[in-house]
Ligand binder design. Structure first.
Ligand code: IVH
Length: 707
């Protein structure tokens, strides 16, 4: 169909026909677009189809179809997959890089659990598969859903695709009524090579490595494509579960194997750090013959009751760690040194390198941290790289550990006649003085809000993944929007659509934007007006407040009103609000001061007020505290605890919804006092605060476990 007959000349039959064709063509285009790899028509062509569809519908309103594309503007097909909220968060793992880290892992666990050195503590040790994690939910033995990890809280619904992975059973026998099996989807080396040969033959882009190939294959909107790709799955953990699988990690994994899952044959049991390291070395020796990528060895406490006591930090379990293999290295030359200005004004030098492949990824930049690092001095003044400085033209050895930006390990050779690098004393972007405070490693641009670079970086941070994470608004778009004076601060993002009357019209005329992508962006921005408190706190870009600290603050204050009120009240760095802020576990004076001062910097304050007026900020609920007798209570531990370690007591209290504080104030509800309690006890007595012994405390919280 050519879609060219002038609309007012269309007959009823022609119009009916055309609307049907348009619905079909646009549905196909939608599908292709969302697969990202293969848009079937460009934005302009899409827009003109949509316009024609609308015009025909306008002339023949009765012919409008139930599946009319005009009704679908901005439909929430944003990423193509619907979302699944994980019942139990999918966390990541802490890392160990050397033998010392492994020994510390064991010591930390013994200390947390108050175990003696001769207590028999065993661990499992198994390969860390380099793929993508997947959570499979079985109800009454039937696979009902499959979700990718996503941000750990919400993943993508890839159920249809998971049904096409051979290693994933559709049905299992003898399992608990509810069982979420977690593991890694990966592609073997042989299948990866074969797939790339096929990709090239079809004129498609080859995948960079097996992990990307596995991810690209699982995240296909067309599950027939997934079916044709040879994916595998190793089960190594579980999420939501209606009854325990076993008493130990090893037996639980054996049960998963019994249900028909592939589990890794190299899983061993080790009793000491030395045995863990020996098993690690044995796996490392086999690495090149396994036929699939692994990037380390994961150690887990074997006893599941101990795992439960150890619990989790904000994003990682205390009972497991990933011992990574040594980073891969490569040799290349430094072509230039560039200074970037970060959102806090920090001047960060970056080396532009002659592109080189390290561990399957092409690398063309390496971070140089700061002035001293370039000179060959570490933060304590000691020599690094044997004191060798880095110059433009140097031949260097670079390394990559995990997904982090590569670093320079060693300068192999200075080029002839090259001079030492001179670190600038002015901001390369705004020309303000760059100031390096006494005792600081970093030089900062003193331009503050008037420095364009800082403004852009603040906005990039604002839309980043752990912050507002607006679909379709990434670093690149922020840069162009700022360059065009469309946005200068976070609040402007929420004004974009309104400010232009029809923002769609403005945006779609820009290169790279069509009617559809523009309205999708505005939908995504509108969606983000509802924002969880922790994301907002992180997005503000307060120095020293990273995403996990933002979560700590959000959990403690629960609402924006309470948080903001407390920052106001603590202005003078003294008084109850200040004390309370400093007493939060995980908040030190430096972070506390940065947060309070941020709210008293007039420009930052105005920026926040303008932003908040567009938002609906969601409170953060205290964790699972149904029926907990200590939910919402502020608890202080003092003196010697004899039954559990201080760290475990704190973690348990927090998991029951209590706030643990380090100092006694009028806000304290309960003081748990062991032997040798001192001034805190006296103060609590004076304030008439409830004082209990360790045993009384344990009895009190046990009630919640029983109910
Ligand atoms: S256990 C609570 N075991 O590594 C965390 N993870 O860096 C449970 N991974 O997100 C994870 N192999 O995707 C575990 N044998 C293994 C693993 C493994 C690979 C991945 C997993 C996780 C990531 C953390």
């Amino acid at each position: 169909m050519n879609f060219e007959t002038p609309i007012d000349e269309l007959s009823l039959a022609q119009a009916t026909d055309e609307l049907a064709q348009l619905a079909l063509t646009m549905a196909e285009a939608d599908l292709a677009y969302h697969q990202k790899d293969a848009p079937s028509i460009n934005d302009a062509a899409y827009d003109s189809l949509k316009k024609r569809n609308l015009a025909i519908e306008k002339r023949f309103p009765d012919l409008k179809r139930a599946d009319s594309p005009s009704g679908k503007i901005g439909a929430p097909v944003a990423s193509g997959f619907s979302k699944i909220r994980h019942k139990v968060a999918m966390l990541s793992l802490g890392n160990a890089f050397d033998d010392e880290d492994v020994a510390e892992f064991d010591t930390r666990i013994r200390k947390f659990l108050s175990l003696s050195d001769d207590f028999d503590l065993t661990y499992t040790a198994e390969p860390k598969i380099d793929g993508l994690s997947l959570s499979l939910r079985y109800e009454h033995g039937q696979l009902v859903s499959a979700a990718t990890r996503g941000d750990g809280e919400v993943g993508e619904d890839v159920t249809q695709n998971a049904r096409n992975v051979r290693d994933i059973p559709q049905k299992i026998n003898g399992a608990p009524d509810v069982l979420e099996v977690r593991g890694e989807v990966y592609m073997s080396h042989a299948d990866f090579e074969a797939l790339n040969v096929q990709q090239l033959a079809q004129g498609a882009k080859p995948f960079a490595n097996p992990r990307n190939a596995a991810a690209g294959s699982l995240r296909q909107l067309d599950s027939a494509i997934t079916k044709a790709r040879p994916l595998h799955f190793f089960a190594y953990a579980w999420g939501d579960i209606s009854e325990p699988l076993a008493k130990t990690q090893k037996l639980a994994i054996d049960r998963l194997a019994g249900f028909g899952f592939s589990t890794n044959p190299l899983t061993g049991i080790c009793a000491t750090p030395a045995e863990l390291i020996a098993h690690y070395q044995s796996i490392e020796r086999q690495r090149s013959t396994l036929g699939y990528d692994i990037d380390g060895v994961v150690y887990k406490v074997n006893d599941l009751a101990l795992q439960a006591r150890l619990g989790f930090r904000s994003t990682t379990p205390r009972w497991a760690i990933a011992h990574k293999f040594a980073a891969e290295t490569a040799t290349t030359t430094v072509e230039s040194i560039e200074i970037q200005v970060g959102r806090t004004g920090a001047l960060s030098p970056v080396a532009n390198l002659k592109p080189v492949t390290v561990g399957g990824v092409v690398v063309s930049r390496a971070t140089l941290h700061n002035e001293d690092y370039i000179k060959g001095i570490d933060s304590k003044g000691a020599a690094i790289r044997k004191g060798g400085d880095i110059r433009v033209g140097d031949l260097v050895e670079i390394y990559r550990a995990g997904d982090v930006i590569p670093k320079i390990r060693e300068v192999l050779e200075h080029a002839d006649n090259c001079a030492r690098f001179v670190f600038p004393n002015i901001c390369p972007v705004c020309g303000s003085d760059a100031i390096r405070e006494e005792g600081e490693a970093v030089a900062r641009c003193s331009g503050g809000f008037s420095c364009a670079a800082q403004g852009v970086e603040k906005l990039k941070h604002f839309v980043s993944r752990a912050a507002f994470d607006v679909d379709g608004l990434g670093a690149k778009q922020v840069e162009t929007f700022v360059a065009d004076d469309w946005i200068a601060e976070p609040a402007d993002i929420f004004l974009l659509e309104e400010r232009f009357g029809s923002g769609v019209k403005q945006l779609k005329n820009r290169e790279g934007w069509g009617d559809k992508s523009a309205s999708k962006l505005f939908d995504a921005i509108r969606d983000r007006r509802q924002i969880p408190l922790n994301r907002l706190i992180f997005a503000l870009g307060i120095r020293h407040v990273g995403d996990s600290s933002a979560m700590t603050l959000a959990r403690f204050y629960a609402s924006w009103q309470a948080f903001e009120g407390a920052m106001q009240a603590a202005q003078l760095h003294e008084g109850d609000a200040w004390e309370l802020l400093n007493s939060i576990d995980g908040v030190g004076t430096v972070m506390a001061a940065a947060a309070v001062d941020f709210f008293h910097e007039p420009r930052a304050r105005d920026m926040v007020d303008r932003l908040v007026s567009y938002l609906d900020i969601q409170d953060i609920a205290a964790p699972q505290n149904d029926g907990s007798p200590v939910a919402g209570k502020t608890v202080v531990f003092t003196g010697t605890l004899e039954k559990v370690s201080r760290a475990e007591a704190k973690a348990t209290a927090e998991s029951l919804g209590a706030k643990v504080s380090g100092s006694v104030s009028a806000k304290t509800d309960i003081l748990v006092a062991g032997p040798k309690a001192g001034s805190k006890l006296t103060k609590a007595q004076a304030l008439g605060i409830t004082i209990v012994s360790e045993q009384e405390w344990l009895d009190l919280i046990r009630q919640s476990g029983d109910s």
